[in-house]
Design a protein around this ligand. Structure first.
Ligand code: ATP
Ligand code: F6P
Ligand code: MG
Length: 465
């Protein structure tokens, strides 16, 4: 058999039936079975004149497979079920009368490029697509539900918000008081709650959803995953991440210029990434200026064979300069902490980190002084931390935020609740909120991408032999 015949044979392979498990989404009708259905107002919207045609509306049976890469040689893993999620998009029938909708929008946790775009598009989408007129912004995170008055939002007010970094609604950490929050939702008469935030926020949103179910309230809850660190699992990536990686380029370029303009110059950049090194990794790969990329998922050490100092010694001899990019969560175990620093947490209970950049800067200087006394040496430390997240989203992230917001609206209008919206393999899906709240997405140091970093930088693997 020649190669072409073998190829043809493979292309004709019949795969045995796939065992697919659909992730069930909660719906308001699970506990309020008598809710009335309404025709989607898009049906009468002049701008959506195609809405009568087949394929415009998404049906309850349209799904997205989570795994799309398979071994075509016949070793098809049919025994364990493949996961499928409901496809996001407008449904022909909805469970809300738009005139009776009172929507609340809240942003929680740290900043992320695109927050204002999501808020803007929720407001514009609810208003223009569904004719909702009562939309409220909750101020300053979860605590805003019970500790102040909401802001009335309309398309005119939010018109330019996508051009601003941060969140006009403000955000905060801590302040999660389940009963006060659900009491406020009830007393203010909100029946749609859009919660934009990271893993902590989503864990809180799951509790809110459970309590709403327990009280049998006609209130739908949707989470919109936000984290600049890109560490939310299941979805392809989180909004704002690409903008942050782009912003990081400026810091890395500056570090490179400083390093190559000095004898034995080291440029050191610290980037965000509490538990994951995605920003550092992508910024390294896209800049091509980085000699060593340090992330929380790959422990490193300084001294001895295979350590950072040995590597830098060589690199400085070869090139005369080196650039190190370190994620804020890397190397935390090596930084000396006093007892109170060991306990320090932020208002949400996240462990406070010590500054790995400051520590590394000082360790590098001590090393040089000890091993190369008298030779010229410079470390230029750049900490652009908040600069990479406190910016306006780029065009790609803005578009992504718009699709997220509209997907969330369509899902809630259809009566889904306790769900999160996000892209899976490039298609927008509805995912049970509790699943996303638990799912993490660390950098996989066994995959091709990390191997690529190692091949580009030739940095050590920091595995002691
Ligand atoms: N397990 C939890 N249960 C209920 N509420 C929580 C939980 N964890 C965090 N929260 C609340 O969620 C909000 C945001 O949490 P946190 O500060 O951890 O940010 P986040 O949503 O994880 O975003 P990021 O880490 O990306 O900035 C806070 O108001 C916090 O009190
Ligand atoms: O200083 P803040 O606002 O608490 O946020 C810092 C944290 O927020 C994030 O941007 C997102 O979790 C992390 O990368 C960082 O550790
Ligand atoms: Mg978090």
């Amino acid at each position: 058999m020649n190669t072409n015949d073998a190829q043809d044979q493979l292309e004709c392979l019949t795969i045995s039936p796939i065992n697919v498990k659909l992730k069930r989404l909660p719906r308001l009708t699970d506990y309020l079975p008598n809710l009335q259905t309404h025709t989607n107002p898009l049906q009468h919207n002049a701008f959506y004149h195609h809405s009568d045609k087949d394929g415009f509306y998404i049906s309850h049976s349209d799904v997205i497979l989570s795994q799309i890469v398979f071994d075509f040689s016949g070793n098809f893993p049919s025994s364990s079920p493949h996961l499928a999620y409901h496809h996001a998009g407008p449904r022909k029938e909805i469970l809300f009368d738009p005139q009776k909708v009172r929507a609340a929008i809240v942003t929680c946790g740290g900043l992320c490029p695109g927050l204002n775009t999501v808020i803007r598009e929720l407001v514009v989408g609810l208003w223009e697509l569904y004719g909702v007129r009562e939309i409220f912004g909750i101020k300053a995170g979860y605590r805003g539900f019970y500790s102040g008055d909401p802001i009335r939002l309309d398309p005119k007010l939010v018109h330019n918000w996508h051009k601003r970094g941060g969140t006009v609604l403000e955000t905060s950490r801590g302040g999660f008081d389940l009963h006060k929050i659900v009491d406020a939702i009830q007393s203010r008469g909100y029946n749609q709650v859009y919660i934009i935030g990271g893993d902590g926020t989503l864990r809180g949103a799951v509790q809110i959803f459970n309590e709403i179910q327990r009280r049998k309230l006609n209130v739908a809850v949707s989470g919109i995953p936000k984290t600049v660190d890109n560490d939310v699992g299941i979805i392809d990536r989180s909004f704002g991440f690409q903008t942050a990686v782009e912003m990081a380029q400026e810091a890395i370029s500056a570090a490179h210029v400083e390093a190559e303009s000095a004898p034995n110059g080291i440029g050191l950049v610290k980037l965000m990434g509490r538990n994951t090194g995605h920003i550092t990794l992508d910024a390294t790969l896209s800049s091509c200026d980085v000699d060593c990329c340090l992330i929380p998922e790959n422990d490193f050490y300084l001294e001895g064979k295979g350590g950072l100092f040995e590597f830098l010694d060589l690199r400085l001899k070869e090139n005369g300069h080196a650039v190190i990019v370190v994620a804020e969560g890397a190397g935390q175990d090596m930084i000396p902490r006093n007892e109170s620093q060991k306990q320090e947490k932020d208002d949400s209970g996240n462990l406070s980190f010590l500054d790995v950049g400051v520590w590394l800067n000082s360790e590098l200087k001590k090393w040089w002084e000890r091993d190369h006394k008298g030779e010229l040496f410079t470390v230029k430390y750049i900490d652009p931390t908040y600069m990479i997240r406190a910016v306006t989203a780029n065009a790609t992230d803005n578009l992504y935020c718009t699709l997220l917001a509209h997907s969330a609206i369509h899902g809630i209008m259809a009566g889904y609740t306790g769900f999160v919206t996000g892209p899976i393999n490039g298609n927008y899906a509805y995912i049970p909120m509790d699943e996303v709240a638990q799912a993490k997405s660390p950098v996989n140091t066994n995959d091709h991408k990390w191997a690529w970093v190692r091949s580009v930088t030739a940095q050590p693997d920091f595995r002691r032999t």
